[in-house]
Design a protein around this ligand. Structure first.
Ligand code: SAH
Ligand code: SF4
Length: 354
């Protein structure tokens, strides 16, 4: 099959296509105008368009379903060319605000949560994505296309700011090369220009890959799905902890290059009667001592067939206060898109189950 044009960084493209300024033009068509065919690239000579059609294809994911949440979030189900499906979610973090005369006062703030694999190998006990097993990695082009299509579908102008979180289906560090490449493509100033500062890679803690990611120096933010403070419990929740224990993760984080103004995010999925006690909060505080960290408490989102339960608000707040009172930044993640199963860990290739 022809290689997808979205698999190329601009630098790579400029080596393939001569004269090299054409690469910049192609980038602009793809990532500013969101075109879906080479024919739409109007300022390219016909001969070049023909050549492009001969050698490349434009990666096209098919939108097979869109679900709208009452909070303004939208979940997309994409079909890949081989028929597999993945999901991505557009999260409306702040609604657009207008002046009385109808002009825009504050632009809407968006975050897009994207997938990097069909399924996942890691197999966390609480995660719905894990239930479908692992099918395959996404290519860089398939990762890039999720954002491109969502921007196009929502008429999100090329120069509007947007955050990206690699928190959809799959484990980003288990598909590091494609993920790193997609991050570079997103960041290209002649393309979508989404600064690495606005990109967050979330991992279940593959320590050796955290170190590798750090060495790549992409400038992205790091989020660690910690969820438990002792190895015994973490192994039960996340079998990967047998290979990469908590200490190895903490050591890897300490070696990670972090933007001076940023913190490493530690995600802590709170499950009722499993890890919602203050003893755990105390251990967490000790564990993160010396790290520029922030903790994000996530409500466990239940789904059919799980024994785990959503924690109480009271326990969440007590956990949060325990940490903040002792100087550790801690927020409680708002569950967005709950009504459309777009919240954390609820993404699943579920068309097949129907
Ligand atoms: N594989 C990566 C990124 C995708 S998961 C990782 O694990 O970090 C994104 C986040 O959703 C993770 O923090 C994950 O632990 C969390 N999550 C998984 N299942 C969940 C559930 N049922 N409720 C709430 N969060 C969940
Ligand atoms: Fe994979 Fe993340 Fe789900 Fe664990 S939580 S199974 S790493 S997607």
């Amino acid at each position: 099959m022809k290689q997808s044009i979205q698999d190329f960084t601009q630098e790579e493209l400029s080596k393939e296509i001569k004269p090299s300024f054409r690469a910049k033009q192609i980038y602009s068509w793809l990532y500013h105008k969101y075109v879906t065919s080479f024919d739409e690239m109007k300022n390219l000579p016909k001969a070049l368009k023909d050549e492009l059609k001969e050698s490349y294809r434009i990666e096209l994911l098919k939108i097979v379903k869109i679900e709208d949440s009452i909070d303004g979030s939208r979940k997309y189900l994409f079909e890949l060319e081989d028929g597999n499906t993945v999901e991505a979610v557009l999260l409306l973090m702040k609604k657009e605000q207008y002046h009385e005369d109808g002009t825009i006062k504050h632009q809407a703030k968006y975050t897009v949560c994207i997938s990097c694999q069909v399924g996942c190998k890691v197999g966390c006990a609480f995660c719905l994505t894990a239930k479908s097993g692992f099918l395959r990695n996404l290519t860089a082009g398939e990762i890039v296309e999720q954002i491109r299509l969502i921007k196009k579908d929502n008429n999100i102008d090329a120069n509007r700011r947007l955050n990206i979180v690699y928190m959809g289906m799959g484990e980003p560090l288990d598909n590091l090369d494609a993920v790193a490449k997609s991050s570079r493509i997103f960041a290209d100033p002649n393309g979508m220009a989404i600064s690495p500062n606005r990109q967050t890679i979330s991992t279940s803690g593959l320590s050796s890959k955290i170190i590798k990611l750090g060495k790549m120096d992409l400038g992205v933010n790091l989020a660690i799905s910690l969820h438990a403070v002792d190895d015994e419990l973490r192994e039960q929740l996340m079998p990967i902890n047998k290979a990469y224990n908590i200490k190895s993760i903490i050591d890897a984080v300490k070696a990670f290059p972090i933007n001076q103004r940023k913190r490493v995010m530690f995600e802590y999925l709170v499950i009722k009667d499993v890890n919602d006690d203050l003893k755990s909060a105390k251990k967490l505080l000790a564990l993160l001592d010396g790290i520029k960290a922030k903790v994000n408490l996530i409500y466990f989102n239940p789904y059919g067939g799980t024994d785990f339960k959503r924690p109480n608000l009271k326990d969440m707040i007590a956990f949060q206060e325990y940490l903040t009172k002792r100087g550790l930044l801690c927020t409680i993640r708002e569950s967005k898109g709950l009504d459309i199963s777009a919240a954390c860990g609820q993404l699943r290739d579920n068309e097949k189950d129907k």
